[in-house]
Ligand binder design. Structure first.
Ligand code: ADP
Ligand code: ZN
Ligand code: ZN
Length: 804
């Protein structure tokens, strides 16, 4: 063990040349401290960079090794399973090795930070450390380093939980929330602000001032450290009753002050019982198996997840529950918190960096057994997994679009194999890939065919918008939809209106010459934002004021077109001035907590109509919603994407599931210009099986997944010719090397041919089997490494792409 004085380190220098571990010598003082899974600082060329230790060894092919400069962790932050997973991910997705680790860890551990030592318990520390802290609870890490105390001593007390190495993020935004963590300590809160204190009470005034600036409760320990003072200065304030002392909960908790009503497990229906039995059996026998739980919304899938997880917890094991980001609604979280209480960690993007870090720490310290989270929660550092569940497995958000370009489903199966536990994929509309595997028997198919409480899926009415036009109705609301909305308003019931954001936005066009305002840096029309009276690009930061005259022909008839949510809201208010409308889209939900606030407004019945984009399609469950309207069912169909029919079917099914989930029956109105399209027609009949067989025939005929695999290579360069030339060269190279049964398409301009002043071309490989493919593509990346590092050329390789 002690002879292993060389560390293999993956360095934070993302490039194809550095995509392997480098060897560093471990100086004596770090012996036993530097171990696999800790972060270190190492010299790399002229710079010092961060790196992850992936292994220790006693021999290197190099004679002289540079030493490790600093150690950032005293206990590993990556388990050996995650270290192996990182390697696997890197190879599988041809990503930067470093990015595979970055994606597993909370942001705080990647940012610039101040390192501190925090004393956690009153218990006696070893003499040298006790002296160092000298009555304080927080000290700067530098002080520790200067004191010359051995790392081993520190490592031991960190291990025993007496001291914590804490990272205070330097950025302004996260600083505030970081302030409130303090395990198990008494907290303080200001009771009264406008007080007169004697002139000489400088410290007391500082304390009051502190609270005026930071009104949130704070731990004593942190307050004292922050103000460099002692408890003596708090005492008079406490005695006067200006400050209140109380027990603070352990972590920054986004759900604090929220009571979760405890929910008891339901006795399962016969169908649910049949579906859960094999899951429970796998849990009991530690068997790995992938299962597809296929059931419409409201058929009781979530109850099956909850009861399976309960079994896992009872066995002393851990569970990962993935839900799509937009389905991480307060309602969803409530169901898990309500059943498992404080044993659940929640991870999603609406949390602050500090909150995310704390949730992650709970998992790392084994203080929770369940994590409910979006895509990256699949990397939760559990060591004893009993189940992994992916709800809405067809959601495209499970695929990461940047390094490493992984799909959470693949990672789930990887981890499920290693932990010998079941992986359950749930959906009403599984991807064709998954359903095909289930039909073949590669996955076990579990089916829920009925909705709970004998509720039926709501009746769907398709409205042909061409006929509306013929009848002289030019509005975006059909007569049928209008009539039904009015009915609901009259009956004091609620309505959800859905507008697909993609494919439809509000753009500005000149009525005289047809000029459209486009982004000067991207090949895309600018979107009109009414509140600010500005045009914005959704791909780069470009914006400009709304022109009053056409820049081409000077005409004043330059207007905005299209159907943005803002415009729909306006029209709706004109038609139904008495209706209260809540609008939910990227603009109204930008602020933290806005999403939740709008939903609870609607839930309390303070609005009649909820109007929104994708984000209202999932997970919502409102008693009083009896009508769902889809304004533009075709907008997805027109996208240049082989999955467009599948996505349309999925979206329509999902949206329809929002209506009539309770006692009152629901109705759905779908407006479309192509009611005869099979995806729209079959979605209106909830006929997944029919859709599946029809779509499979087309996929086969056009050589698409699941019959063929795809690899998409996108090349971008500021110079259009160069971008095309490189793509051409790559296509040619691949054509010469890949097998004859593969098809190589390209070079063709990407669907978005220019973004941020970079021209984009692509090459697509369609194949059944191509074992040498990764090797060849690695060669390509190596060949262009110089240009890529200068950031002139970008080559992205995407296996099984979701966005074409
Ligand atoms: P899904 O996840 O498929 O949409 P849910 O698990 O949310 O379905 O179930 C739909 C509704 O039925 C929920 O309100 C849930 O509480 C209720 N439910 C689920 N299982 C049962 C059961 N066995 N008995 C009674 N109610 C149930
Ligand atoms: Zn014009
Ligand atoms: Zn732009």
């Amino acid at each position: 063990m002690s002879s292993q004085n060389i560390a293999r380190v993956v360095v934070d220098v993302p490039s194809s040349q550095t995509n392997r571990p480098f060897d560093y010598r471990i100086p004596d003082k770090y012996q036993g401290i530097v171990q696999p899974g800790v972060r270190v600082i190492i010299p790399f060329g002229p710079r010092k960079v961060m790196g992850y230790v992936v292994a220790l060894t006693d021999e290197s092919e190099f004679d002289t090794l540079k030493p490790v400069t600093d150690v950032l962790d005293l206990t590993p932050i990556l388990t050996s399973e995650l270290l192996n997973l990182g390697k696997w991910l890197t190879d599988k997705t041809l990503s930067f090795y470093i990015s595979s680790f970055q994606v597993m860890l909370p942001q705080v551990l990647k940012a610039k930070y101040k390192k501190e030592l925090w004393r956690l318990e009153e218990e006696e520390l070893p003499h040298t450390l006790e002296q160092l802290f000298a009555g304080r609870d927080v000290i700067d890490f530098e002080e520790f380093e200067q004191a010359g105390i051995s790392y081993h001593q520190l490592q031991k007390v960190v291990h025993d939980g007496l001291i914590d190495v804490h990272y205070e993020v330097k950025s302004k935004e996260t600083k505030k929330t970081t302030r409130m963590i303090q395990p198990g300590k008494d907290a303080l809160e200001l009771e009264e602000a406008g007080v007169d204190l004697p002139k000489q009470a400088v410290k007391q005034k500082e304390v009051i001032h502190y609270f005026i600036e930071n009104p949130e409760p704070v731990s004593q320990k942190h307050l004292l450290a922050e103000l460099k003072t002692t408890r003596a200065s708090l005492k008079p304030l406490l005695e006067k009753g200006l400050l209140k002392e109380f027990k603070q909960e352990v972590y920054r908790d986004p759900f604090k002050n929220r009571e979760f009503e405890r929910t008891e497990p339901f006795p399962l229906t016969e169908e649910q019982q049949a579906a859960i039995t094999p899951v429970l059996k796998d849990i009991e026998t530690n068997s790995h198996e992938v299962m597809l739980l296929h059931g419409v919304t409201g058929s009781g899938k979530t109850e099956i997840y909850l009861q399976s997880i309960q079994e896992v917890i009872d066995k002393g094991e851990e569970a990962i529950m993935l839900v799509p980001e937009i389905a991480l609604t307060p309602q969803m979280v409530e169901r898990f918190k309500g059943r498992f209480g404080s044993r659940v960690a929640v991870m999603h993007s609406a949390l602050s960096a500090g909150e995310k870090y704390d949730e992650w720490r709970k998992i790392q310290r084994k203080e929770v057994q369940v994590v409910v989270g979006a895509r990256s929660a699949i990397f939760a550092p559990f060591t004893n997994l009993g189940i992994i569940i992916i709800d809405e497995e067809h959601e495209t958000s499970y695929k990461q679009e940047d390094h490493p370009r992984y799909h959470a489903r693949d990672v789930a199966i990887y981890r499920g194999e290693r932990h010998n536990c079941p992986v359950v994929l749930g959906s009403a509309t599984p991807t064709l890939e998954t359903f095909a595997r289930a039909k073949k028997g590669n996955y076990r198919l579990l089916t829920l065919s009925k909705r709970m409480n004998d509720a039926s899926m709501p009746e769907v009415e398709l409205v042909d918008m061409r006929e509306e036009l013929h009848a002289g109705n030019r509005s975006m609301f059909s007569r049928a939809l209008m009539e039904k909305i009015q009915e609901r308003l009259h009956r004091k019931e609620q309505v959800v209106l859905f507008l697909n954001r993609r494919g439809y936005s509000t753009f500005v066009m000149c009525r005289d010459c047809g000029y459209v305002s486009e982004c000067p840096h991207c090949d895309i029309a600018l979107t009109y934002h009414r509140k600010q009276e500005r045009l914005k690009c959704h791909y780069c930061a470009f914006e400009e004021p709304l022109p009053s005259r056409c820049p081409e022909c000077e005409s004043e008839s330059i207007r905005y077109f299209g159907t943005g949510t803002q415009k729909v809201e306006e029209n709706l208010q004109q038609l139904l001035p008495e209706a209260k409308v809540v609008r939910m889209d990227v603009d109204t939900t930008r602020r933290k907590g806005a999403h939740e606030k709008l939903l609870s407004q609607f839930g309390r019945g303070e609005a009649d109509i909820l109007l929104g984009t994708q984000m209202i399609a999932k997970g919502l469950d409102f008693q009083n919603v009896t009508l769902v309207g889809v304004l533009t069912a075709d907008s997805l169909l027109n996208l240049p994407d082989f999955r467009s029919a599948e996505k349309t079917f999925q979206l329509l099914t999902q949206v329809s599931g929002r209506a009539g989930r309770h006692l009152k029956p629901g109705e759905v109105v779908v407006q479309t210009y192509t009611p005869e399209h099979y995806s729209i027609e079959l979605a209106s009949q909830y006929d997944y099986n029919q859709f599946f067989s029809h779509e499979m025939k087309l996929r086969k005929a056009f050589q698409y997944p699941p019959f063929y695999y795809l690899t998409l290579i996108t090349v971008s360069h500021p110079n259009q010719l160069k971008a095309q030339e490189v793509t051409q060269k790559i296509c040619k190279f691949l054509k010469g090397k890949l097998s004859d049964s593969s098809t190589i398409l390209g070079p063709t301009p990407s669907a978005l041919a220019r973004i941020k002043d970079r021209y984009r071309y692509q090459c697509m490989i369609k194949y059944k089997q191509e074992p040498e493919q990764r090797k060849l593509l690695k060669k390509v990346l190596h060949y262009y490494d110089e240009d890529i590092r200068k950031n002139e050329l970008q080559i992205s390789i995407d296996f099984q792409p979701y966005q074409l």
